[in-house]
Design a protein around this ligand. Structure first.
Ligand code: ZN
Length: 121
């Protein structure tokens, strides 16, 4: 199977989901689009796309690594405590400024809210 086709499928899946997905979620939805989507192939494609910044990896404590499309603005994430899905919250956000101790160079941060998503409420 062509590599470009798989990459397109992964991008489509992420675009349609509109929220960060785990590799399992990408595989599950991707296989509805292409029957023979191998997990090793998807892993390879995700790794490549992450290094090329087509896809961004997001990690939250106690959660599997997820992937999303790069966005122009910083946005908070939301973890549903009932279904364990992670959502992008489309709201403006600014990370609070902190005075980092000497020797620490802050280059980014994450704001994560948790609670119940609309499907589980
Ligand atoms: Zn939920």
């Amino acid at each position: 199977m062509q590599q470009t086709k798989q990459r397109e499928v992964i991008l489509d899946v992420l675009r349609e989901a509109g929220r960060p997905l785990t590799r399992e979620e990408i595989l599950k939805v991707g296989r509805k689009k292409i029957d023979r989507l191998g997990s090793a192939t998807v892993d390879r494609a995700i790794r490549q796309m992450t290094s090329e910044f087509y896809v961004v990896g997001v990690e939250f404590p106690g959660q599997p690594r997820r992937y999303e499309l790069p966005t122009e603005s910083e946005h908070p994430h939301f973890i549903c405590r009932k279904c364990d899905r992670v959502f992008d919250l489309p709201v403006k956000m600014e990370l609070p400024k902190i005075n980092a101790p000497k020797g620490f160079l802050v280059s980014g941060g994450e704001i994560i809210y948790s609670g119940t998503c609309p499907d589980c409420a």
